[in-house]
Design a protein around this ligand. Structure first.
Ligand code: FAD
Length: 403
């Protein structure tokens, strides 16, 4: 073994990005030490895709992500071509299948992905140090753990300590402060791919699932998604809300509008004709067949109208107001939900603060990857895909300078 092979690289974080980079480096003959703060690696992986692990997507383009540097993101994503993805997972003995564009292990078990990773790390001789919380990195690339142990110096350090979503209540439990110290800046972080709490109580409609078009208006712009809305007491949830939550940077100055009748192409004209046709019905009965019953009661309550009131008694202006409410009910975000219920931490280290190979400019030798970066993907396998793409991108660059 030559001198170069004896030099160790440290990987901080045993999640998707850390594990994949450890594998890629070790496969190229680099000695790797992997530090993980928990008692075992890959705990978050087990939670992904409802335990099925949506590993990637058939169309993982940059348009599915929010970031501060789209061109840089495209370069990183281009590293992980479909062929390289196939070869990478094939080498792990992991077969993937497609479900509605998302790529999952054929076993549909996140645990089989983690097993494939663990077995490969063992075969490659990667040293894994669990219960090892990295709290400091010095200028000579030495690592200090929160229990006082020191390691290094290392040739390179890959900081892949992830985000807070799903696991950490406290910022101090993560490596955000360390990442900020290394990179010199951090974009505001907040929980996303999660339900949005709203000020309205939504008591009567709790438990309702319905097709809806949801529009989020923020100071930055207006964003819409259509799909199955889930209403819980005091919160809007479901995939379309998850997707929109990535834009909810400023909860104070944002508003949500819900069209509960997105399938009505003719809009108000249909509702007016329906009101004429069913003028003898009560307001609650009027909505039967187009709105969930609990939802109709909720909306009537919000409009201050008794469900038993006959349609014929309602003055036209009030009827129009009620239609408006059904087509564009306004909700006010009530702050952020908890990281524990979120799938993603939005924000993080801006790509623009790093060099092209994701190296910290003020701390040469330290590279940042995965969810710690300000790259926020949609639901659908995009975030695990990015974790792998960023690992592959950094490892390619490190290995090309090695040779
Ligand atoms: C419930 C849930 C479901 C999800 N489902 C999907 C899905 O199906 N598809 C998808 O693409 N994405 C999904 N995601 C998002 C995806 O899991 C993450 O974006 C991805 O795992 C990020 O990988 P990472 O390696 O960057 O970070 P992480 O997975 O967060 O890993 C970071 C690791 O670093 C460790 N660590 C943190 N700080 C330190 C420290 N100071 N010292 C040492 N170790 C440290 C952590 O314990 C952790 O093991 C889901 C997330 C959640 C929470």
């Amino acid at each position: 073994m030559g001198k170069r092979m004896a030099e160790e690289t440290a990987v901080i974080g045993g999640g998707m990005a850390g594990i994949c980079s450890a594998i890629l480096l070790a496969e190229a003959g680099i000695k790797v030490k992997l530090f993980e703060r928990q008692d075992r690696i890959g705990k978050k992986l087990l939670l992904t895709g409802n335990g099925r692990c949506n590993l990637s997507n058939l169309s993982p383009g940059a348009e599915h992500y929010l970031t501060d540097d789209k061109e840089r993101l495209e370069r990183i994503l281009n590293t992980l071509t479909p062929k390289r993805r196939e070869l990478f997972f094939d080498a792990l003995g992991l077969k993937l299948c497609e479900i509605r564009g998302g790529l999952y292990p054929v076993t549909r078990q996140a645990s089989s992905v983690l097993d494939a990773f663990r077995f490969r790390l063992r075969e490659l001789g990667v040293a894994i140090l669990t219960d090892s919380f990295v709290s400091g990195i010095d200028g000579d690339l030495r690592i200090t753990l929160s229990d006082g142990r020191c390691f290094g110096p290392f040739k390179k350090i890959l900081l892949a300590a992830g985000g807070r979503a799903g696991v950490y209540a406290e910022e101090k439990d993560n490596a955000l402060a360390l990442a900020k110290e290394m990179a010199g800046s951090l974009v505001k972080t907040y929980p996303s791919l999660c339900a949005i709490r709203v000020k309205e109580e939504l008591k009567a409609a709790a438990g309702v699932r319905c097709d809806a078009r949801i529009t989020l208006q923020t100071p930055q712009g207006s964003y819409s998604e259509q799909g199955e809305l889930q209403i819980t007491k005091g919160a809007l949830s479901g995939i379309p809300v998850f997707q929109l939550s990535r834009y909810l940077e400023d909860t104070m100055n944002s508003r949500i509008h819900v069209d509960f009748l997105p399938f009505l192409e003719e809009g108000d004209a249909y509702l007016s004709a329906r009101a004429e046709c069913f003028s003898q019905r009560s307001l609650e009965e009027f909505f039967a067949g187009i709105l969930n019953k609990k939802l109709a009661v909720e909306l009537l309550h919000r409009a201050g109208l008794a469900p038993s009131r006959p349609v014929s008694e309602l003055p036209e202006e009030e009827l129009i107001k009620l239609f408006r409410l059904c087509r564009s009910a306004e909700y006010t975000p009530a702050g952020y939900g908890s990281y524990k219920d979120a799938q993603l931490m939005c924000g993080g280290v801006p790509l623009s603060a790093l060099s092209d190979d994701l190296e910290c400019r003020q701390h040469p030798g330290v590279h940042i990857l995965g969810e710690l970066l300000n790259v926020n993907g949609e639901c659908g396998g995009y975030n695990l895909h990015f974790a792998l793409a960023s690992a592959m991108h950094v490892c390619d660059r490190l290995l090309s300078t090695e040779n």
